[in-house]
Design a protein around this ligand. Structure first.
Ligand SMILES: [Zn+2]
Length: 174
């Protein structure tokens, strides 16, 4: 009996997931920021671990779970990718970017890889192969999201992608 009720819940959950996809509504998820106080490294992961985890150096890492709208993060990352591709396709990206990015093509490729990786993680968080982005007219501002625009090259960074908002600042008093 408990088996069949579990099955019903799973089916309902799956249907709800399909409907969320179709309806273009937020897809709730979590991004986890990890900070090793010993190595002073900061990285994000999609893997939630309630019992805590050690860094490779053996130190217990500080973790902060950040609630996100996966669709919004994905949509913004796609737009970043478009910005980067436009720059890469232009004949003179280094002139466009001026002195800010020394080896601009390499830098753009690196930024591009970071966006693709972020999108890959978003799919994992959403538990799906595909996330439909918000429509063209959707903007982070109208969705009430704070986004920092990095100029150049004009990339949008959501709060979720800025660890300084989530991790405690380095201890100054110690
Ligand atoms: Zn460490």
């Amino acid at each position: 009996m408990s088996d069949s009720s579990t099955k019903v819940i799973n089916l309902a959950e799956r249907r709800a997931q399909r409907e969320r996809q179709a309806a273009n509504v937020p897809i709730p998820g979590w991004l986890v920021w990890l900070h090793c106080p010993k190595c002073e490294t900061t990285e994000y992961t999609e893997v939630l671990m309630s019992e805590g985890r050690d860094h490779k150096c053996g130190t217990l890492v500080e973790e902060k779970e950040v609630p996100i709208d996966v669709r919004a993060e994905y949509t913004i990352s796609l737009r970043n990718l478009e910005t980067l591709d436009n720059l890469l396709e232009s004949q003179t990206p280094s002139r466009l970017l001026g002195r800010f990015l020394k080896t601009s093509r390499d830098s753009l490729e690196q930024l591009r890889a970071a966006e693709e990786e972020y999108q890959r993680r978003m799919l994992i968080i959403a538990g799906t192969d595909e996330v439909t982005p918000y429509p063209e007219e959707w903007t982070p501002e109208t969705a009430g999201m704070e986004v920092e625009v990095i100029q150049p090259p004009g990339l949008m960074l959501t709060e979720a992608r800025q660890p300084q908002f989530h991790l405690s600042p380095p201890d100054q008093t110690a």
